[in-house]
Design a protein around this ligand. Structure first.
Ligand code: SAH
Length: 268
């Protein structure tokens, strides 16, 4: 088989396998209610965009380190379903505001999780995708164009602790989410300065009891309160998950976020 033929057959096999995994999710009772698509959003189109995005990721992953998760079932559950678990919390905030003007930020998005799946099921939402690694963002940008994700979305190449000191970003976001970026106390220092007073930071974690205790002081120092800790098993994976919802109740003191070196040396 030629290289081109190999690529085509990889794509076709992956597409079929991913489609089966998507169908399995749809067959589960909880899934459509979790998605709760608006009447204006086509399930068919959304599904095609998700499948195409995953294909692009898996193809790109052969030459670029995007994700350690490669099996179709894992990709569908550990990337897509896992990203969707924040929807109820995001929707609760969206219900309080007009969707236009609402800013959702995915901090340390990597190959696009949770930000890309969220964008695809809430197409009107302004999603900001931030990462310190430019090549991953280039992949996301190309892919979002290819699959025809509608405006508005913004890709931003920066370190969180640098953004948090810039006027146009500091305390400007209604909802910030982060998955697999840093230990909780450090993550709070990255994320909370970006959240507007009254807004939410959602930390997407596995088992988290110890980190959560250790981060109590950091949350307080940065002006946030833990509003909810939702623990569950990610369906069909046996893996523990925790969504920690922090509400920003006061502005973060000027001295935070500190420099990366200081954060590393002495986590809050
Ligand atoms: N959220 C994705 C990626 C996790 S890997 C997922 O769950 O699949 C962690 C990502 O966070 C990497 O892409 C890394 O570049 C980024 N990152 C780590 N620290 C960061 C910081 N201080 N500011 C911005 N991005 C950061």
């Amino acid at each position: 088989m030629s290289m081109a033929e190999q690529r085509v057959s990889f794509r076709e096999e992956m597409y079929e396998a991913l489609k089966r995994e998507w169908q399995e999710l749809l067959d589960e009772e909880f899934f459509l209610p979790l998605l709760s698509l608006s009447p204006a959003t086509s399930l068919q189109k959304t599904a095609e965009q998700i499948l195409e995005f995953l294909l692009l990721m898996l193809e790109q992953n052969i030459s670029m380190n995007l994700s350690a998760i490669k099996e179709p079932r894992d990709v569908m559950r550990l990337h897509i379903l896992d990203s969707f678990t924040i929807l109820p919390f995001l929707d609760a905030e969206l219900a309080k505001e007009a969707e236009t003007g609402f800013r959702f930020l995915d901090l340390g998005t990597g190959a696009g999780f949770p930000g890309v799946p969220i964008k695809l099921v809430r197409p009107g939402l302004h999603v900001y995708l931030v990462d310190a690694l430019a090549k991953r963002l280039h992949f996301i940008e190309r892919s979002l164009r290819k699959i025809g994700a509608g405006d508005p979305w913004t890709i931003y190449h920066a370190r969180a602790e640098q953004m948090g000191r810039e006027k146009q970003h500091r305390e400007q976001y209604d909802f910030v989410a982060a998955r697999a970026v840093a230990r909780l106390a450090t993550l709070l220092e990255y994320a909370l300065p970006l959240v507007r007073v009254g807004g939410v930071f959602c930390a997407m974690k596995g088992r988290v009891e110890e980190e959560q205790k250790e981060a109590e002081r950091a949350a307080k120092l940065l002006g946030a309160e833990l509003e909810k800790a939702d623990r569950f098993v990610l369906p069909g994976t046996g893996q523990d998950r925790s969504l920690l919802i922090y509400r920003k109740v006061a502005p973060s003191p000027r001295k935070y976020p500190r420099s990366n070196a200081q954060i590393k040396k002495k986590p809050l």
